[in-house]
Design a binder for this molecule. Structure first.
Ligand code: UDP
Ligand code: MG
Length: 322
């Protein structure tokens, strides 16, 4: 067994039975270019219901560099990646590479990341030059990144997913972020260190379909904005001030009409009705904004574990080989 640097791949799997073995073959084929490194492939089965776990355990039988962690239910992509990072951190990996298991993130790019890391980068994130996704996905992602960039206090690079390499030093900090509603790319952007972008072309999914339906995407977007910005809270007082100023002006107008043109006094029924619903709507939205932050606070106060593991099958790295 080689004694080079330990590079751990963190690979979340949710219902990928159709493509996972092909994925592993391609990844392994790409990594043979670097026999000087010690690779570990940490697969996290995120409560798949399609037999992905059998494929993973079979892969581990054949390749001792495979580690399998299996969740007791589906916890979501961000939590699956977190579990993989925790494992790699405990195993003392020198660097981790986070990568999707549907071949949308090309394995060859991860080796370019390793080269950048070797020349001194602490974080190398893959930035999409092009992507083969639906128009809807591209449009919603574009709108989300625009909003996030305007609101977030940390600069979070655009067109960047979770495909990235993280050095041990940076990983030590990342694993300390234990928020429950996680937006990992924001967390990584937040820690500082030397971060570099690597441009790549994102492929289409190799098999199966996206496991990120609109509802999960909205949740992730909310986690990004609520987790890294208090702008929505500040916006409440701004909206309030604007409406108050407008209502004072409207009041002055009504008084002026009454004083100077008593014959035309402002008839207010329609205005009153619309205004009431308008204000009611605004108030409910604002309560919702506060509610979102209160809800997040509540979840953090409960401080439940982030995930529950049903099965852990360590690869060779744990069995005393260093
Ligand atoms: N994934 C996961 N848990 C989930 C949803 C997705 O672990 O609840 C994994 C999935 O197997 C894949 C990666 O996260 O490796 C990205 O998911 P997907 O390709 O469906 O997202 P998209 O590329 O469409 O954004
Ligand atoms: Mg995908």
């Amino acid at each position: 067994m080689s004694t080079g640097k330990h590079v751990a791949y963190v690979l979340p799997v949710y219902n990928e039975a159709d493509g996972i073995e092909t994925f592993h073959k391609e990844l392994v084929a790409a990594t043979t270019a670097r026999p000087d490194l010690r690779f570990e492939f940490v697969y996290i089965n995120d409560g798949s219901r399609d037999g992905s776990i059998e494929h993973l355990l079979a892969m581990r039988e054949q390749d001792p560099r495979v580690t399998v962690l299996s969740f007791a239910r589906n916890f979501g992509h961000q939590i699956a990646v977190t579990a993989g990072l925790d494992h790699a951190h405990e195993a003392g990996a020198d660097a981790v590479v986070i990568m999707d298991t549907d071949l949308q993130d090309p394995p060859a790019v991860s080796l370019e990341m390793v080269e950048r890391w070797e020349s001194g980068a602490d974080v190398v994130y893959a930035q999409r030059r092009t992507r083969k996704d639906t128009f809807f996905k591209k449009a919603t992602a574009g709108a989300f990144y625009y909003l996030l960039d305007r609101m977030a206090e940390t600069h979070i690079p655009q067109n960047v997913g979770d495909f990235r390499l993280i050095d041990k030093r940076a990983l030590d900090v990342v694993v300390k972020y234990r928020e429950h509603n996680r937006f990992l790319r924001g967390i990584v952007a937040n820690i500082g260190f030397r971060q570099e972008a690597l441009l790549f072309d994102r492929d289409a999914r190799f098999a199966g379909e996206s496991k990120y339906p609109l509802s999960k995407m909205i949740r992730l977007a909310a986690d990004g904005i609520l987790g890294f910005s208090t702008f929505p809270l500040k916006a409440i007082s701004r909206v309030g001030i604007t409406i108050s100023v407008l209502s004072v002006l409207a009041g002055l107008y009504a008084i002026a009409v009454r004083l100077f043109f008593p014959a035309h006094a402002v008839a207010g029924w329609a205005f009153l009705g619309v205004g009431m619903f308008f204000l009611g709507g605004i108030q409910l939205i604002m309560i919702g904004v506060i509610g979102s932050y209160v809800g997040r606070t509540y979840v953090e106060v409960l401080n439940r574990p982030l995930y529950s593991l049903a099965l852990v099958a360590h690869g060779e790295h744990r069995q005393g080989s260093e």
